[in-house]
Structure formats: C-alpha cells, structure tokens
Write a new protein. Structure first.
Lengths: 246, 607
C-alpha cells in the first residue's frame, strides 16, 4: 500500500545546523495524521520541506506516486497539496471572498471553482456573512476558518496544517478540530503539525512524535494517547525537567 | 494674475501626472519585491530615447511611438528583474537596492554611448493649439498627458482588481510566502510587475521629452528621485497613494517655482521628502506613524571573515607609497593624490555604512560642506589653510551629524532615501544661498595648500599631505573599531532592538559615527577644494556618493584597509586603461553588479 505522502531519509539543515536526522514519515490517503513535537523539534521545517519552501540536504519527498523533492512551491501546490500556514497568513487587505478565490489560484475551471465556493461556504457558514469584509479585520478564530476554507478552494488531495489551533480560544479550538474532521470526511487527507498532543491525537488516525529532528515515536492515535511516554511529556503526567517535550 | 495661477496649477497637475507614471511603478515594485528600484529613472530615459528614435528614424505616429516605448521599456524592466532581483534572492537585504544602482549606471551609460550626452529635442506629435480658460490656457499636450495618466490609473485599477495576475500581484505584495502556497509563481509576478512599471516609466519619459521639448541622459537620476519622493509622500508600496503623492509633489513644485523661482524647485521636493520621512514615514494616508518592520530574512550586509593583512605588509605599502614622488611621475602622483582623497571619503562611508549599517547615498554632501567651509574660512575670514582644513573637518562633523539627525530612527531603505535627499538639499542650499556661497558661480581662487608657510601646492606636496592625513585617519578609525565603541556600533548594526534592550542608545552612537565620518569626509573635501582651487555646487554630486559606495563595497563594508584599496583601485585602474575613459561609468556599474552577485563581502571582507 503506497502512502499519499512519504518522506524518505530526510536530512535538512539551517546553515550549519542540522534540523532533521534521517526523517521517515508516511501519510495514508484518507487519514488525519498529526506530527507532534515541542519547540525547535523540526516540525515547521518538515512542513516547509513538504511544501518546497526549503530544500532538504538529502532524502526524498513523494506525493501521489511522484517525487516532488526540490520542486518550487507553486508546482507542489498545483499537484494537489493545500496549505494552511502557521499563523494563518491570510492576505489581510483582501476581502474574504478574494482570499477564497486566491485559494483556487492554481485552478482554471471556473464553473467548478464557483460550485466549490458554495460547498466551502456551506462548511463554513460564518464566512458567508463576511464575504465582503477585509480578512485582516476578522477575529483569530474566523481567520483560521478562512485559512482552512482557502486551502480547500484549491481542491487538494492533501491539506497540510501548521498549528491550526495556535492562539485560539478554547471554544474555537473545538470548532476548528470539528471542521478538520468534517474536511477529512469529505475525502481530503489531512497532515497537521501540532504542539497540543491530546487535542490532535483526539481527532487523528495516526501520529508521529518528533524529537530534536528524529521520529521518537509513532503509532495509531489511540495507542499514542495511552502511551505513558506521551502522557508524561504532553498530557500532564509527571513532567520531567529538561528534554521531556523534545 | 488669476490666469497665471491657473497656468501654474495646470503645469503642476501635468508634472504630477508624469511623476505618477513613475511613482506607481515604484510602488508596485516595492509592494511585491520590497525594493526601491533605483534604475527606474534609467528606464524613463530609455523610454524617452526610444520614442525620440522611433519618431526621428521611423517617423512613427504617436500611438506607434508609444507602443514602441512600452515594448522596449517593458523588456528592459524584465531584464532588471532578472539581473537585479531574482539572482539575489536570499542575499543581504541591501543587495537588490545596490544592484539596481549598478543597473542604473550601466543603462545610463549605454544610452549615452548610443545617443551621445547632447540633449535632443523630441518632435512634438500633438497639435499646438491651446484653449483659453479663465485667463489661463490648456494645450493639447496637457490634455494628452492628463489622459494617459488617467487611463493608466484606470487600467491599472482594473488589472489589480479583476484579473488573476492582478490578484497574484496584490497577494504577493501582502504576503509573498503565503501567495506561493496558493500556487502563485512569485518570480513571474515580479517579472510582470517590473514590465508594467517600466512600461509606465518609459511612457513618462517620452511625455516629458515632448513637454519640455528636450531629453538628455542627465535626467535619469532626477526622475528616480522624484518618483521616490512621490512614493514616500503616498507611502511605500501604496499605489493610489503614489498617484496622490505625485500630484501633491507636482503642484508643490509648480507653486514653489511661482513663488520663489526655478532654482528652488527641487529644494521643495527634497524638503518635502525629509519632512515626510521624519513626521509621516508611512505616507500621508497611513494611520500608523511607526515604521513597519523590514523583513528580517537575511542579514543587512553580507557576513564574512575579513582578510588579515600582516602589519609589516601595511607598513611596507605605506613606505612605498611615501616614496612614490621620488619616481618623478607627476601624472601618476596626481592620480595618487586623487585616490587618497577618495580613500578618506571611503573611510568615512565604510564606517557609517559598514560598521553602523546606515547605507548613506548622500555622502558626497559631506565633501561639499568640508570644501566650502575650508574655502570660505580661508578666502572670506582669512584663516591660514593649516587651520581652515581641520576646522572644516569639525564643521562638517557637526553639520553633517545635525543634518542626518532626523533620519536616525529610520532603518534600511529609508536611511538610504533620507541621506540621498539630504545630500541633494545640501547641494541646493549651496546653489541658492548666494550671499554665503556665491551660488552658481562657485568658489574660485581658493588658496593653495600650505602648512605654516610650507608650500604644499605642488603635486608632491599635495600627495604627501593626503598620505599623511589618510594614515592618521585610518589609524584613528582602526583604534576606534577595536575599542568598546566599535563593538557597540556593530551591535547596533546587527540588532538594534537587542542593543537597545542592553541600554545602548542607538541615536547617540549613530551620532558619534556620523561625527567621526563627517570629520574624515570634511577633511577630504577641504583638501580637495584647496587642491582644485575651484569648486561649485556640482563638484561633489550624487555620482560621487555612488562611486564612494562602490569603493566601500569593493573593499568590504566596514573594512578600513578595504576602503583604501577600493578607492585606489576604482580611481587608479580607469586611468591605467585610459582608452576606456568613455566607458568608466559603465565599468563602475558592472563592477558593482558583479560584486553584489559574486563577492558581496568585497575584496577584503566585511568587518
């Protein structure tokens, strides 16, 4: 069974500093897969490597049966990967509708874009009320929804989300998680990077734990949730000092 | 009376439209690429000459003329993006700006070589009638320019608002990383923006040619400056703001001429620029007064390990240099003295731009202040030259620091723009303060160099004096760089916020740097004045500021020995290849471009 996304033996560097050490990771089609890890564990670099924003020193990235290592970002996107960047990164001076249509930038099938817009607005009714508003004037939770809706507009096979719950109020965190599940039910594979392990594992099928650039732990989400090491590190077990979060 | 004011208003509005065609492009480019394109005025000149050539050689009618201009200018714009921007992705933040300066030098010189520097008259392609309105008149050309300005604005609005590429341009301007993650090819967007901006700039050039009935290669730099002033008035990267800023600038200039005369025109423009930078650096239309943070990707200057030169080698080179006059080659000595005077200027600039990270584009103004101070002290106050020169150094230190003081809280691009404006203001004040400076006539009969009765007016004397002064200044600067002060300067350059959080007052240390730099440059200007015996407001122009910057980059920013080496190479080498004299500026431009691309740390390395 070949995975939708696969990272093979990735070693990446920031100048002289090595970020990833022989990283291997696979995302099966139709699943929600989360990558957990603390600060400076290499989570965001993993995202950049997939999206072609950063070239790995060695190793390969495969998507949908083809190698995409080192492809420029726009081409990666055109192959069917949607991105919900860290801190959302909307186009603040553009309206909600313009942001949505930017999500469909790589497509040229006008009729399908229009019907997708309807479908996405059905999923995010809050956005329909705000179509003419500038994206920068919305609340953090609404912006997160727009970022997700924008990524969906590209009709991606895979959506990569970088810390989708960061900085949101608890109410919005729950709604965002529910929406991620709703997106997944529509057949979109989700790969998300999170610091909040219990929330992410609560909705994911499979999880990886990244620790200083290496995969320290992986397994089905349910098993990881019960794993004492995860409980210690993330779920309020007896937290050790030092490298506990990794 | 009323009619005259109507005419001034029409004139201001027309000039404003011409500036708008320039400034809109600058705003678009700044938006997508975070770059102030200093080659913009050169494209304007290219446009003017293409128009002239099309009419003169091909006899094209107006629409075809404009089409030729648009096509050629757009192609030049694409070239600028390919050479000046794309390959420099990920290099130091100041690199693309410097690259566009290099491209400007190359373009200007190529146009000059092709068409000679003599001004040309652009044949009028518009009927010569004028309609009388309310005592004043409006001509067909006025209407044409206003029409082109208006149509361009409408087309541009439609493009940005309703086309896919236009959306990509706006998205890239707001967040280029996010735009890429939507599938936008940012390189293509940049290329399109450079093409559009350059086409508008070229059209502006040919319209100016018709309006003033004259074009010359000299108008390039001024066009860049005016475009930048309009851009700053409207706010960097703000397209509608750029149009409004241009109209404000055009009307201000036109009324300024009406009230005070033509020689004040540019003074108004640059005083407006500095006032904006000090009080409203985000432009007239922004609510925020604090500057947006510059993108933090990459360092400001390229990092490297400086080349270590053993002390004995430096001593040996100085000794050899001191013995040069014994060779009995007055021509070589003349070049040597010139190199040494430039080296003093380069020392000053490498401190300000390299060590403190304030890339000044108006450094020649310090030479002008020093030259005039010493010349006037010696001529009008009867001071001996041996006293007037160091006094000129002190005057320049004080005045230079005072003038730049308002710009201290600016960073990055804004510093370069502000110093450029201040440099122009100094030249214009010298031109207009006739009572003190004798205005356009300049200072003639400046007494020759002499130190307490010892006549140094000979080539040998000048050379030795320059060498001695340069060695003293260089030793002093090296001593300062190794001290606590030097470390603090570098800390302010590398991370102003961190430096401030350690209790370092950036302004005070910047003032010290400009003070010392002003002293060295003032001495250089003073010696030059006495050596030449004649200076005027154009002796120390913007081209010298750019040349000094090229020297400093060639040597390695912040590197004292590098500054001296850079000055010597750039002054001496073109002399060695005299047959290349015609191509000198072209060579400077290419040297600058190659350095930024392939050896951004310079020959001796940055410090």
């Amino acid at each position: 069974m070949s995975a939708l996304l696969r990272l093979e033996g990735i070693n990446s560097f920031y100048g002289p500093v090595q970020v990833h050490f022989d990283l291997n990771l696979a995302v099966e089609a139709g699943q929600i897969v989360c990558l957990l890890g603390g600060n400076a564990s290499g989570k965001s670099t993993t995202m950049k490597t997939i999206l072609g924003l950063q070239r790995p020193g060695s190793g390969r990235v495969w998507f949908d049966g083809a190698e995409i290592t080192g492809l420029p970002t726009p081409q990666v996107i055109r192959r069917g990967i949607g991105s919900v960047p860290e801190a959302r990164r909307l186009f603040p001076a553009m309206t909600v509708r313009e942001n949505l249509l930017m999500g469909a930038y790589a497509r040229s099938d006008r009729a399908a874009i229009a019907s997708d817009e309807e479908r996405v607005l059905g999923l995010f009714p809050r956005l329909r009320e705000r179509l003419g508003q500038r994206a920068g004037t919305m609340s953090g939770g609404e912006q997160q929804m727009l970022a997700m809706a924008r990524a969906l507009m590209g009709r991606p096979k895979l959506i990569c989300m970088d810390e989708p719950t960061m900085g949101l109020s608890p109410l919005f965190v729950d709604r965002v998680l529910a929406l991620i599940q709703a997106i997944n039910r529509e057949g979109v594979t989700v790969f998300m990077v999170e610091q909040n392990a219990s929330l992410a594992l609560g909705i994911a099928h499979y999880g990886y734990v990244l620790q200083t650039g290496r995969i320290a732990l992986e397994g089905p989400a349910g098993e990881l949730l019960r794993d004492p090491r995860i409980r210690d590190a993330y779920l309020g077990g007896a937290a050790r000092d030092g490298e506990n979060v990794g | 009376m009323g009619g005259a004011w109507f005419d001034y208003t029409v004139n201001g509005f027309v000039i404003g439209n011409i500036y708008a065609l320039l400034a809109v492009g600058l705003a678009l480019i700044y938006g997508v690429a975070n770059l102030v394109n200093f080659a913009h005025g050169s494209v304007y000149v290219v446009g003017a000459y293409v128009g002239w050539a099309a009419i003169t050689y091909l006899g094209t009618p107006l629409p075809v003329t404009l089409l030729c201009v648009v096509v050629v200018s757009a192609l030049v714009g694409v070239g600028i993006e390919r050479i000046g921007l794309r390959p420099l992705h990920g290099s130091s933040r100041i690199a693309p700006l410097l690259a566009t300066i290099g491209i400007a030098l190359v373009l200007d010189q190529v146009v000059q070589l092709l068409f000679t520097p003599d001004p040309r008259a652009v044949p009028m392609q518009v009927p010569e009638w004028r309609i009388a309105i309310g005592g004043g008149t409006v001509g067909a050309l006025d209407l044409l320019i206003a029409g082109i300005g208006l149509i361009s604005a409408v087309v541009l609005y439609g493009f940005l608002r309703f086309t896919k590429l236009g959306w990509a341009v706006r998205a890239t301007a707001q967040d280029s990383d996010a735009a890429q993650q939507m599938g936008v090819d940012v390189n293509r967007v940049n290329m399109a923006v450079f093409a559009i901006a350059s086409a508008l700039s070229g059209v502006s050039g040919v319209l100016v040619g018709m309006y003033y009935n004259q074009i010359s290669t000299a108008m390039s730099f001024e066009a860049t400056l005016k475009g930048i002033v309009a851009l700053i008035i409207g706010g960097l990267g703000n397209v509608p703001g750029a149009i409004a800023g241009s109209l404000i600038l055009g009307l201000t200039e036109s009324y300024g001429i009406a009230l005070f005369g033509t020689s004040y025109r540019n003074l108004f423009a640059f005083v407006l620029l500095i006032a904006m930078l000090v009080w409203r650096p985000n432009g007239l239309f922004a609510a925020r007064r604090s500057l947006p943070p510059e993108p933090m990707t990459g360092t400001f200057i390229a990092r490297s390990r400086p080349v270590v030169v053993p002390r004995w080698a430096v001593v040996a080179v100085i000794a050899l240099a001191a013995l040069l006059p014994l060779a009995g080659q007055p021509y070589v000595l003349q070049i040597g003295a010139n190199s040494l005077m430039y080296a003093m200027l380069a020392l000053s600039l490498t401190l300000v731009a390299g060590t403190v990270g304030q890339v000044s584009l108006g450094h020649a103004a310090l030479l002008a202040i020093g030259g005039y101070a010493s010349g006037l002290l010696a001529m009008d106050a009867g001071w001996p030259v041996a006293l007037s020169i160091p006094m000129a150094g002190l005057v320049t230190a004080a005045l230079g620091t005072l003038l730049v003081f308002p710009a201290f809280r600016l960073t990055g691009h804004y510093v370069s723009i502000a110093t450029l404006g201040i440099g122009e203001i100094v030249a214009l004040v010298i031109l207009n303060w006739t009572g003190l400076t004798r205005g356009a006539i300049g200072l003639g009969g400046i007494p020759p160099l002499e130190v307490f009765g010892l006549d140094l007016g000979s080539v040998e004397g000048t050379y030795w004096l320059c060498l001695a002064v340069l060695v003293l200044l260089a030793l002093l600067q090296l001593r300062l760089l190794r001290s606590h002060l030097g470390r603090t300067w570098r800390a302010i350059r590398d991370d102003p916020v961190a430096a401030r959080s350690y209790g370092v007052s950036g302004d005070r240390y910047k003032a010290l740097a400009f003070g010392f730099g002003g002293f060295a440059a003032g001495i250089s200007g003073a010696i030059t004045a006495h050596a030449y015996s004649y200076i005027n407001h154009e002796t120390f122009g913007a081209s010298i500021s750019i040349l000094a910057l090229t020297m400093v980059i060639l040597g390695g920013l912040g590197n004292v020995l590098g500054a001296v080496l850079g000055a010597t190479l750039l002054i001496a080498l073109p002399e060695a290849f005299r047959f290349l004299a015609e191509y000198r500026i072209l060579i400077y431009g290419i040297v600058l471009l190659l350095l930024i691309r392939f050896r951004p740390q310079g020959l001796m390395g940055t410090v």
